[in-house]
Design a protein around this ligand. Structure first.
Ligand SMILES: [Zn+2]
Length: 59
C-alpha cells in the first residue's frame, strides 16, 4: 500500500515504514514539532496586567 507523506507530499509505503504515515523520521519530527509549537504558543501566552495607581497626597 502506498501513501503520501502529509509533510513533504512524497510517496512512500505503509508497510515496513516505522515513520508512517510519514516518509521518514524527519517528517514525523516536523509534524510533532508543529503541534508542540502551537501548544507552547498558547500556554506561553501570558498577559500581565499591572495596576499602577498614582495616589495624590495632599500636603
Ligand atoms: Zn515526508
Amino acid at each position: 500500500m502506498k501513501i503520501r507523506c502529509p509533510i513533504c507530499k512524497e510517496m512512500t509505503t505503509w508497510e515496513e515504514n516505522p515513520w508512517r504515515p510519514f516518509c521518514s523520521e524527519r517528517c514525523k519530527l516536523i509534524d510533532l514539532g508543529k503541534w508542540a509549537a502551537e501548544e507552547y504558543r498558547v500556554e506561553g501566552k501570558k498577559e500581565e496586567e499591572e495596576d499602577e495607581q498614582e495616589k495624590g497626597e495632599d500636603s
